[in-house]
Design a protein around this ligand. Structure first.
Ligand code: PHE
Ligand code: NA
Length: 455
């Protein structure tokens, strides 16, 4: 683990709170914020969807993030082992650990398509630097993106590269370099997003975008949309996928879980909203369709990079930073599986990386093909990629989150939870406990039922 020192248990610990914050933020901030948030917001009609998403972050995501860090730190093991350890301490059934195994599987499945999308950003970086976006309009930019999607070899090549780099970093433990990269990448990404919001403000469509994002029109929001907002709150904060629990398991005892969670959620939300403000003015200015789908940023942003001063440089840097942001997320997506294989089956790190790498790579080819050769192969109207995305974000994550809060609020005793969270003396504990015991499970359950059209 990044800049790790060895603990007595033989597991590494984060070398400082700051490194832990960087790693957790690195996991949270990624394609979810810049690629997924804008496109699903566009598909779901804007403001009302954004409002539900923000409410989910606040009322469900943040309390659950604290719970995951806490369980990881208390259990000091991979997600399955950590829950098993906490369950033992609470005198509860061992079967609760299945939440952890499901989380490991969820992260693994997400990685298989996440790496493919990260490959798109890798493909776009050299194109941006070379200035080939100059003079693009909505039509030609769309054609450029379609050409990329139509080429399975290119998609598979870039996706495999992302996976290889991810697995290499995880296998070799060359994380000092990553830590250094994180230090400039996060502020850099933030800065570039600000520049792009600034540019978007010059298009004359900025207020239209603000209205689209923040003026809620609930008639546009469906039950499925509500579930997508919930699922995205989980996805964007890396919840119910093992990532945050695994990272918490390397967390030193003295670090404030509450403060870290709030800061991670704030940074993550800020990046998503900035991305929305950068993209939607361009969507409207170029007569594009907000609900165009997964290609939204890859079609809109190149138009802007082709027009703005220094666009080749700004665009190239943007795609490089987005790829790096994706990389810090892919690392956190595979780490739980590696730790699980190691601690549960005694598998060596390199062997675990090779095994899970081969499996995830095979799955990734399914996502690659769903944009071309298999685009007509659907189940319940969904391609392989759409199906995996739906399964993980809208089913596995909300369900995993539901069981995690039930475990935390109803299986761990209050005193144990307060101690594990480090909040024994504080009034804030009552608020978190209320959220974990009542608000989060009820909200998740109601949103599930609502999406099924039950009320
Ligand atoms: N939170 C990451 C993003 O928004 C994606 C992710 C999900 C990472 C689950 C780890 C675990 O891009
Ligand atoms: Na995110």
């Amino acid at each position: 683990i990044a800049g790790s020192t060895r603990s007595t248990a033989g597991r590494g610990l984060w070398s400082s709170r700051w490194v832990f914050f960087l790693a957790a933020t690195g996991s949270a901030v990624g394609l979810g914020n810049i690629w997924k948030f804008p496109y699903i917001t566009g598909q779901n009609g804007g403001g009302a969807f954004v409002l539900v998403y923000l409410a989910c972050i606040l009322a469900i995501g943040i309390p659950l993030l604290m719970a995951e860090f806490m369980i990881g730190r208390r259990g000091r093991a991979n997600p399955e082992g950590a829950i098993a350890a906490v369950a033992r301490e609470a005198g509860a059934s061992r079967h609760w650990r299945r939440i952890g195994s499901m989380a490991v599987l969820t992260g693994f499945l997400i990685l298989s398509f996440y790496a493919v999308i990260a490959g798109w950003t890798l493909a776009y970086a050299p194109a941006a630097f070379s200035g080939s976006f100059a003079g693009l309009d909505g039509k030609s930019s769309g054609a450029l993106f379609d050409a990329l999607l139509a080429d399975p070899w290119q998609l598979a090549g870039y996706g495999s590269l992302v996976l290889a780099v991810t697995l290499g970093i995880v296998a070799l433990g060359v994380r000092d370099g990553l830590e250094r990269a994180l230090r400039f990448m996060m502020p850099g990404l933030f800065l570039i997003l600000l520049v792009m919001v600034g540019y978007a403000a010059t298009t004359g469509y900025f207020m239209q975008a603000v209205e689209f994002l923040f003026a809620p029109d609930f008639s546009k929001l469906t039950g499925q949309g509500v579930l997508m907002a919930l699922g995205h709150a989980f996805f964007t904060l890396s919840l119910a996928s093992g990532a945050m629990m695994a990272y918490g398991s390397y967390l030193p005892a003295g670090t404030s879980i509450v403060r870290t969670s709030l800061m991670v959620a704030l940074a993550d939300t800020a990046v998503a909203l900035l991305a929305g403000l950068a993209i939607f003015p361009l969507v409207f200015a170029n007569g594009l369709e907000p609900g165009a789908g997964p290609g939204l940023i890859f079609v809109t942003l190149p138009i802007a990079f082709g027009q703005m001063p220094l666009g080749a440089l700004v665009g190239g840097l943007f795609f490089v930073m987005l790829a790096l942001a994706a990389l810090t997320s892919t690392i956190s997506l595979i780490e739980p599986a590696i730790a699980w294989l190691g601690e549960r089956f005694g598998m060596g790190r390199v062997k675990a990386v090779l095994l899970s790498g081969a499996a995830v790579w095979l799955l990734s080819i399914g996502s690659v093909l769903s944009f071309n050769a298999w685009s007509e192969v659907t189940l319940l109207g969904k391609t392989f990629f759409d199906g995996l995305d739906f399964l993980t974000s809208n089913l596995m994550m909300p369900l995993g989150g539901l069981f995690t809060v039930l475990f935390t609020g109803w299986v761990m005793q209050r005193a144990l939870a307060a101690q594990a969270l480090g909040l024994e003396q504080s009034g804030g504990f009552g608020l978190w406990w209320l959220a974990i015991r009542w608000i989060t499970p009820l909200a998740i359950a109601l949103m599930f039922l609502h999406s099924l059209g039950l009320f």
